[in-house]
Design a protein around this ligand. Structure first.
Ligand code: TGC
Ligand code: FAD
Length: 390
């Protein structure tokens, strides 16, 4: 892995600032030293490597765009994307932990929280002292979160929360959960639920073949008394949680390309070294077709996310543009991973190489944060003006 260089066929480095390149170099070095050597073992054992939390905070992965006064790194969206790309080159599960912490826990507290909530939670989340999770999906409401049945009812200076969330990344070890539930008038509200509140539990989800190095769990709320001071005061409706998803989906659009680049890099090296029929397999046209298509698709996707990053830093990126990029990057990454796995022959199914792990991880990435189908329908709705969901 020492020789890894991210593919840059169209000289995209020229579009990055010196600061972006420094952030990338630091993150890449950290991933190479701390993630790559241990990740296969943790994935095989289906365990989240909690010792990486401090390092993730150290490279600025928790809330990179959150202002410095709240403990964030105050970076632009290109920097955020580059960080997610480098982390996911290591493993999608580690990137997930960072996405959830930064985009789905810190962002809503920053965007919707009171000054007290921001001061109380953001600096400790940025440093990794506290870890968070985000509860939107329910057992019967995944793609259609607006149908959620988790609910709150007012009780003096508290709300009583009942319900359950499913498939929640970071849940088993999270100190706090940003949770979305309906109030008595049926409006979706957001709140911070803290570990230790009576009636709140986080059972772990086992037997995953994907994102094995990420901890996934349920959130169960049985008459949990949430102080009103923990509820976001103003935000109402689905636009609250969906606004957070815009942030996370943007990071995934970059992150999935990191996984794609690692698979491409691995397959390219292997194709030069592995000989069959008296020559390197990279010399056969069928293998060159796979590699040529991989680098073509990666390059097109890199251009897309770079432009999206510029628009997002300028505050001009639309949710629909983010959907297109998330969907495209994950599709590219899955195709690259599947082809790279075949190029490695039997070795491709082992943990000697990262490709099968990336491939299996990407089956979650193509499903969470809006499935492949949902993002296509968002684009369809945007270009036709006709809503296929209703
Ligand atoms: P719809 O009627 O279209 O919209 C309701 C309200 O929301 C607004 N809105 C948005 N606001 C901000 N950002 C967006 N992307 C938005 N999309 C819609 C909309 O303007 C409206 O506002 P208002 O003021 O009129 O009330 O809603 P719908 O019920 O028809 O649903 C639309 C749909 C299907 C696109 C949406 O529900 C959706 O995106 N579904 C997918 C669900 C999803 O992505 N879940 C992800 C869960 S979290 C997760 O997976 C974390 S993985 C973590 C990791 O490990 O990385
Ligand atoms: P469903 O919504 O039941 O979809 C099943 C199939 O039907 C899919 O192929 C879908 O595309 C299709 N479908 C649905 N609606 C339509 C339609 N209108 N038209 C056409 N096809 C349709 N959620 C959180 O809230 N927080 C988290 O931290 C989190 N982490 C996750 C981690 C992992 C590892 C996984 C796997 C999921 C995670 N999720 C999380 C949940 C994730 O967001 C949901 O799995 C996802 O939104 C899809 O919901 P579902 O699984 O219920 O599938």
């Amino acid at each position: 892995k020492d020789l890894y260089e991210s593919p840059d066929y169209y000289l995209l480095d020229e579009l990055l600032s010196a600061e972006h390149k420094l952030i990338r170099a630091t993150a890449r070095e950290w991933v190479k030293k701390e993630v790559s050597p241990i990740i296969e073992d943790y994935a095989q054992r289906a365990e989240f490597p909690a010792q990486l939390i401090g390092g993730l905070a150290g490279i600025g992965a928790f809330g990179p765009t959150i202002p410095v006064e709240y403990g964030g790194a105050g970076l632009d969206y290109l920097a955020y994307g580059i960080l997610m790309q480098e982390i996911e080159r290591g493993d999608s599960g580690i990137r997930s932990a960072a996405s959830v912490q930064g985009s789905l826990v810190m962002y809503p507290i920053y965007a919707y929280g009171t000054e007290e909530q921001k001061k109380k939670f953001l600096p400790r989340l940025a440093s990794g002292e506290l870890m968070g999770c985000f509860g939107l999906t329910e057992p019967d409401h995944g793609s259609n979160p607006g149908g959620m049945v988790s609910n709150i009812r007012e009780d003096g200076d508290h709300y009583i929360l009942n319900g359950a969330k499913m498939w929640i990344s970071n849940a088993p070890f999270a100190d706090i959960a940003v949770v979305w539930a309906k109030d008595e008038s049926g409006k979706i509200r957001g709140m911070i639920v803290e570990r230790g509140m009576e009636g709140f539990s986080t059972p772990e989800t086992h037997n995953k073949w994907s994102l094995r190095a990420s901890a996934t769990g349920e959130l169960v709320f049985d008459q949990v008394r949430v102080p009103k001071a923990n509820v976001f005061p103003e935000i109402r409706g689905l636009k609250g949680p969906l606004g957070c998803l815009n942030q996370a989906r943007y990071g995934i659009a970059w992150g999935a390309l990191g996984a794609a680049m690692d698979c491409y890099d691995t397959a390219l090296r292997y194709s030069r070294q592995r000989e069959q029929f008296g020559k390197p397999i990279g010399g056969f046209q069928l293998q060159q077709k796979k590699l040529a298509e991989m680098i073509t698709e990666i390059t097109k996707a890199q251009l897309l996310v770079w432009r999206l990053g510029v628009l997002k830093s300028e505050g001009r990126a639309t949710a629909e543009q983010i959907s297109m990029a998330k969907r495209n990057s994950v599709e590219v990454a899955l195709d690259v991973a599947r082809n790279a796995r075949q190029m490695l022959g039997g070795m491709g199914i082992t943990g000697e190489y990262p490709v099968m792990r990336h491939m299996m991880n990407l089956e979650s990435v193509v499903t969470y944060e809006g499935t492949h189908d949902i993002h296509l329908l968002i684009t369809g709705m945007d270009v036709t003006g006709l809503n296929a969901f209703k």
